[in-house]
Ligand binder design. Sequence first.
Ligand code: NAD
Length: 356
Amino acid sequence: MNFKIAVVAGDGIGPEVMEENIKVLNAVGEKFGHKFEYEYVLGGGCAIDKYGEPLPQHTIDVCKASDSVLLGAVGGWQWDTLPGDKRPEKALLGLRGALGLYANLRPATLHQALAGACPLKPELVADGVDIMVVRELTGGMYFGEKGRKMTDMGEAAYDVEIYAKEEVRRIAKRGFEIAMQRNKHLTNVDKQNVLESSRLWRSVVLDVAKDYPEVELDHLYVDNASMQLIMRPTTFDVIVTSNIFGDILSDEASQMTGSIGMLPSASLGDGKLGMYEPVHGSAPDIAGKDIANPIATILSGAMMLKYSFKLDEEAKAIEDAVTKVLEQGYRTADIYSEGMKKVGTKEMGRLIRENL
Ligand code: NAD
């Protein structure tokens, strides 16, 4: 099969980790008989330097016309003094909006070889952590009405948590569909004992559940969910939740995995077009030194194969290759511990290709 992929490598370590991602994808293409065509476009600080804006229209057009988008990372100290809407990070929000991406997927997978880097007691994670947080990305309190007003307690500020039924329905559907692709267990997280918006959320989730009888559905209030995540992390499969709860819970879950250099993510809309990127930023402190961990970006490439192209076997080949390299004791500096074999960005990429 042929796939057209837009590549926004970005700034700092973005281009370095992206290069390894592309080489791994090409190796997968060769092995399984697919052709990936890449179109490189500018976004972030490098686009500001060349075009005076972080997200040129050309970049949006190319991304929209592609089957999927790969993003490295954007930002850096050179652009830190620019006003908010001119900053490199504008490229991320702008692309998510322009591409209609409303579902954010953040997996938290603890590789057994890195179990020592997990801050939880070994017995709590002995069965392996493999959680997928599906977070609503374009609604709720972060985008609701906000403002200031005077009250009898003085000046006050407010941010409105608001969800339309259709917004909940589409993210709930995504949650169930992803559960169907995994272990068929979905945990809905809300706060329906207190919030009206959560009561509507829960009723829509229950309604959507009727179309997915194979999925085991349970519900947790967000405060309880944050406790259960660290008490029994191995019992979770997919979590679906609102923008603000997902923001917090996905960061909590990610801490079980060892390093920010291990965390991929995906942003999806209605069609197959998605944007895949590591969770980390452009890490200007280590850029250009061949020491950045490329695994988060390479695993984002695997997510693209699985969720945009439905190439499950190919995605698993990448995930298995990463696991093997870690089991062989190879580590980039961020996940290094005594007795392991320290390698750079390029060498880590090469080892993953070798293990495919
Ligand atoms: P960061 O994620 O870039 O770095 C935080 C720390 O983690 C640094 O010490 C860095 O060296 C380390 N690190 C990050 N990725 C790593 C990797 N792959 N391998 C090894 N170590 C890694 O966050 P920051 O320092 O707060 O931000 C730097 C710039 O990135 C800022 O301009 C920020 O706005 C931007 N940023 C961009 C994104 C994005 O593009 N999605 C996300 C977060 C921050």
